[in-house]
Design a protein around this ligand. Sequence first.
Ligand code: PNS
Length: 168
Amino acid sequence: MKTAIYPGSFDPLTYGHLDIIARAAKLADTLIVSVMRNIDKMSLFMPDERATMLRCAVDEQELGENIEIITSEGLVADLARGLDTYGKPVIIKGVRDAQDFYIEQQMAALNQAENMMLETLLLPANPQLAHLSSSAFKEFARYGGNLAHFAPDFVVTAVKKRITELVN
Ligand code: PNS
């Protein structure tokens, strides 16, 4: 694969996201991780903040030299169209369970309806990380739970700080 796009809200990133990034980077010449808006979710961090955390984590963990991190507004299908000059990009998503699969199957069909050439590749989550989600991360942070297994330390610190700011 020449170019793969891994879109998500990454609010904030988890070890589950980093695992998908590391694996996807081995499948494509260039992996573009795109921080996008999910209109169903209220976000804790601004897109630039999420992208910066992704950049730091990808570099810190040496996940690959071929990984670009961007932010993008609008549709994934339009982002892919704009990247056509890189060779037809493929969308990569991670799936943790049957519920994820159902949602991703629908999104893949919607994206293909919008951009006929656009294929989606689903990677099963690492079973040891499949319980992790950004939503659970934020909920555990809100109620003072153990966060060490969700994400690297600097992300945990940023989440705690932001939650404290919001609560006070
Ligand atoms: O990490 P998430 O929240 O599951 O990611 C969902 C995301 C951001 C990839 C999805 O909401 C999305 O693609 N947003 C951009 C707008 C778009 O293209 N929507 C059509 C697909 S339903």
